[in-house]
Design a protein around this ligand. Structure first.
Ligand code: PLP
Length: 385
C-alpha cells in the first residue's frame, strides 16, 4: 500500500523515547493492573475533558456495557440508539438482555435524527445513546431536554469523539454518562485496548468503579454482579504520554481536514450534501447531485474546533459508484475503509425488526472513509478518482 488508512508506526515515532520510558517505569514498578498509572491517567484525562469523574476500563465496548448497567438497564428494557453506528453501541444493549430501538441518520452529519429519538420514547425506554459519529457531536439539546423531562439517562457514545464539542460543551460531559475507546485507531489510541467512562454523578462513578472489579469495593465482598473490566497500567502509562500530545494532534487533523476539503472541491468537484444541519428532521436542501458526485463531510457544529476528524468520510452518490471508486483507489495502492457496510437493523443478530431506515441504508452503500491522519498531509492528488 502506497497510502495506508493509518500508519501507527509513523504516528508513534515522535513519541518513541517517551513511550519507552513509560514502559520502563511500569516494568520497574511491578504493578500491572489498576495501579498508580491508571489513577494518574484518570485524573489527567478528567481534567482534559473537564469532567469530575473518569474511570479507566478495559475497552470502549465494556465502557458502554458498564454505563448501561450502572443506570439499571436490563431484560425487558428498551434503549434508543442509531442504526448507523459501530456494532458495540447496540451490542452492549443486547448483552444486558435489553432491546436496542433504532433511529435513522440525518443526511447532514450522519448522526442520529433527534426527532425520531423523541418519537420513539415509550414506557420501556430506559436510556438513550447518541453516538458522536466520526468525531462530531450529535445534536444534544433536543435529546437532553426530552431526557430531563422524562427522567431518562443519556449515555454519550463518544468512542470516536474525544475532544469534540457541541455548543462549547465537551463530548462525554453532557449526558448522564459518557463512554470512550482507546482502540489504536481512535484519536487517543493505546498500544492495545482501553476505554473510559465519564460522569458528573459521584454515585454513578462509585458504582462503575465497583462494577469494574466484579461489584466489590472491598475485595471478595460483592455488593453487585460486575465483571473484570480493568485497565492495564502499561496502557495507562502509554495513554498519559499520548494525552500530552493530543491537543497538537487534533490541531493537525483539523488543518488536514480543512485542506483536504478544499482540494476535493477544487480537484474533484466535491460538494456538501446539504446547505444546513437537518439533525432535527428538517427536509434536506442542497445542490443537485448527479450520480458519482462526491459529497464532503458536513459539519453541523459551527466551531472549527468542534470536530475531531477521527474519520474523514465522503459519500459517492449513485448505485455502485462508491465501490467502483474504492476499487480504483485500491488498484493505485490507496487504502480506504467502509464505515459501515451494514446498519444494525440489518444485522443477522438484530434483524427481527421489519422497519426501514432509508438514510442509514443508503449511507451503507455510499460512504467511504479516506486515508487520513494527523501527521502527514494527504493530497487529493494521491487519492484522485
Ligand atoms: C470503537 C467504538 C466502540 C468500541 O470501542 P472498543 O474499544 O473497540 O471496544 C464503540 N462505539 C463506537 C462508535 C466506536 O467507534
Amino acid at each position: 500500500m502506497k497510502v495506508p488508512m493509518l500508519d501507527l508506526v509513523k504516528e508513534h515515532a515522535p513519541y518513541r523515547a517517551e513511550l519507552q520510558s513509560a514502559f520502563d517505569r511500569v516494568l520497574d514498578s511491578g504493578r500491572f493492573v489498576l495501579g498508580p498509572e491508571v489513577e494518574a491517567f484518570e485524573k489527567e484525562i478528567a481534567a482534559w475533558i473537564g469532567v469530575p469523574h473518569a474511570i479507566g476500563v478495559s475497552n470502549g465496548s465494556d465502557a458502554l456495557l458498564l454505563a448501561l448497567q450502572a443506570v439499571g438497564v436490563g431484560p425487558g428494557d428498551e434503549v434508543i440508539c442509531p442504526t448507523y453506528t459501530f456494532f458495540a453501541t447496540a451490542g452492549a444493549v443486547a448483552r444486558l438482555g435489553a432491546t436496542p430501538v433504532f433511529v435513522d441518520s440525518a443526511e447532514c452529519c450522519y448522526n442520529l435524527r433527534t426527532d425520531q429519538v423523541i418519537a420513539k420514547i415509550g414506557p420501556k425506554t430506559k436510556a438513550i445513546i447518541p453516538v458522536h459519529l466520526f468525531g462530531q457531536c450529535a445534536d444534544m439539546d433536543p435529546i437532553l431536554e426530552v431526557a430531563a423531562k422524562r427522567g431518562i439517562p443519556v449515555i454519550e457514545d463518544a468512542a470516536q469523539a474525544l475532544g469534540a464539542k457541541d455548543k462549547g460543551r465537551q463530548a462525554g460531559t453532557m449526558g448522564t454518562l459518557g463512554t470512550f475507546s482507546f482502540f489504536p485507531t481512535k484519536n487517543l489510541g493505546a498500544l492495545g485496548e482501553g476505554g473510559l467512562v465519564t460522569t458528573k454523578d459521584p454515585a454513578l462513578a462509585e458504582k462503575i468503579r465497583k462494577l469494574r472489579v466484579h461489584g466489590a469495593k472491598q475485595k471478595y465482598f460483592h455488593e453487585m454482579i460486575g465483571g473484570n473490566f480493568r485497565l492495564h497500567e502499561l496502557q495507562a502509562a502509554f495513554l498519559r504520554v499520548k494525552l500530552k500530545h493530543l491537543d497538537s494532534a487534533l490541531q493537525k487533523r483539523r488543518a488536514n481536514a480543512k485542506r483536504l476539503i478544499k482540494e476535493l472541491q477544487d480537484k474533484w468537484g466535491a460538494i456538501f450534501p446539504v446547505d444546513s444541519c437537518i439533525c432535527r428532521g428538517q427536509k434536506a436542501s442542497g445542490p443537485e447531485r448527479k450520480p458519482g458526485t462526491i459529497l464532503l463531510p458536513f459539519s453541523c457544529q459551527s466551531g472549527e474546533e468542534d470536530h475531531t476528524w477521527n474519520q474523514f468520510v465522503i459519500r459517492v452518490t449513485g448505485k455502485g459508484k462508491r465501490d467502483a471508486l474504492r476499487e480504483k483507489l485500491a488498484s493505485e495502492g490507496v487504502q480506504t475503509e467502509i464505515y459501515y457496510p451494514r446498519a444494525m437493523h440489518e444485522q443477522d443478530c438484530f434483524s427481527s425488526t421489519k422497519e426501514q431506515f432509508p438514510v442509514a441504508e443508503i449511507l451503507c452503500q455510499e460512504t467511504l472513509a479516506l486515508p487520513f491522519c494527523g501527521f502527514i498531509p494527504r493530497s487529493a492528488d494521491q487519492l484522485r478518482p
